[in-house]
Ligand binder design. Structure first.
Ligand code: ASP
Length: 412
């Protein structure tokens, strides 16, 4: 009999971890310090392990991905498609965020000036648009890896991959070495993924215990609006993309992406979720050479959830100051939020920092960020889950295009 007992899947364990975390958080609402002191550290260890793996995963998987695309023209084709898909869906995301929040605008009222005056959010300096672009290109091989600055790491990986391809036979041994390193890193990744349910439990317990009481009134409303917009984007844009572009059943996609979705929801880091997302996409039939190129790129530049959040937060903060936004302000928000989300690092809370860039672009006081900073985690959970789902939809689409290309080439 024993033998027939089915073992629970990892997804089931992740779900159990999340529910247990919520219940534990609720139980400790009166004494959140217990959770922060004794439970959260385990969650931090889990996040640390994921973070430690990010640079090797991105570096080796992108170099390996570039090499396995075999010729530079193909790298260019896949890169351009991915980039266009990412930018287009992100712009759609800000638009959906703005439309949704504008439906509810009437429900926001200017906050009492005393409250506003007391606000103090010392904005971590948000970089200007040109700086964001310049910083993509590394001036040092190691510095970006040490500080886990992912855009330059991606550039380094693409250049090395291209270099290995261009070197032809002489680059072959290095190419094999990179593939072998990639296999080793993937194994380490599988080990860490196995402890995801424990990590999810600890992180969830902490969020609920710490934020439970403060999620009230207006903040609950604006969080609800952001989640509504996240949901619309998920159902409409990703639903259509999966169905029409990838030819996949959206329900099957939902089931396949679920472990990565929960991992993103609880770790609030696209980077940290990257290993889990790769595993999910490959299981759903993505081509491994595509997922190892498209996903790390997406974890770094494709942030639809962040873009929605920035649109919603901007209109909300403006309303708190009694400022109403014109159509041209909205357009500026679409542009800057798209760029800001590209420049947002795939780490917890980064979107809040980049919000400063959007606010500044239309002259809203940056201190307004303080109004929502306290509950940023709750926005971040949903936006990160959306961010990584977008990366997965792109991977499936580009994979399908690659399969079609291969089939066409084979039939010639
Ligand atoms: N936490 C998000 C992510 O990693 C970025 C953000 O803060 O918006 O995708």
């Amino acid at each position: 009999m024993e033998k027939h007992k089915r073992r629970l899947s990892l997804s089931a364990w992740i779900f159990i971890g999340m529910i247990a975390g919520i219940l534990t958080g609720l139980a400790f609402l009166p004494a959140p310090e217990f959770v922060t002191t004794w439970i959260m550290p385990l969650g931090t260890i889990y996040i640390n392990l994921l973070k430690f793996l990010v640079v090797p995963v991105v570096l080796f998987s992108i170099i390996d991905g570039v090499i396995s695309l075999q010729d530079l023209k193909r790298v260019g084709n896949v890169g351009v498609r991915t980039f266009i898909y990412y930018l287009f869906t992100t712009a759609l995301a800000v638009a959906i965020g703005l439309m949704t929040v504008n439906l509810f605008r009437g429900m926001f009222s200017p906050l009492p000036s005393a409250e506003l005056a007391g606000l103090e959010y010392v904005a971590a300096e948000a970089p200007g648009i040109m700086d964001v672009i310049i910083d993509i290109f590394p001036d040092n091989l190691f510095a970006p890896m040490v500080s886990a600055d992912m855009l330059p790491v991606i550039v380094i990986a693409i250049l090395f991959g291209a270099g290995i391809l261009a070197a032809g036979e002489r680059g072959q041994r290095i190419g094999t070495l990179v593939s072998e390193m990639n296999a080793v890193v993937m194994q380490i990744m599988m080990m860490i993924i196995r402890i995801t349910p424990i990590g999810v439990f600890c992180l969830m317990a902490n969020v609920v215990a710490v934020n439970g009481a403060s999620v009230v009134g207006t903040l609950a409303l604006v969080i609800g609006i952001a989640y509504l917009a996240y949901f619309i984007h998920l159902a409409v844009v990703y639903g259509l993309s999966v169905r029409l572009l990838s030819g996949m059943n959206p329900i099957a996609f939902a089931k396949g992406i679920y472990p990565a979705f929960i991992c993103a929801f609880t770790t609030t880091s696209s980077n940290a979720t990257l290993p889990v997302n790769m595993e999910c996409c490959n299981r759903m039939g993505a081509e491994p050479e595509i997922s190892s190129f498209v996903l790390p790129l997406g974890a770094t530049i494709n942030m639809d959830g962040t873009a929605i959040y920035q649109g919603v937060a901007t209109v909300f903060i403006a309303a708190c100051y009694g400022i109403s936004l014109s159509a041209s302000d909205m357009l500026t928000v679409v542009l800057t939020a798209t760029l800001a989300s590209v420049g947002t690092a795939g780490v917890s809370g980064a979107g809040l920092v980049m919000l400063a860039m959007v606010l500044t672009s239309i002259g809203i006081p940056v201190e307004g960020i303080a109004i929502i900073a306290g509950v940023d985690k709750l926005f971040d959970m949903g936006r990160t889950a959306l961010n990584i789902t977008g990366d997965a939809t792109c991977t499936l689409w580009v994979s399908k295009l690659e399969r079609m290309r291969k089939a066409k080439a084979a039939s010639k």
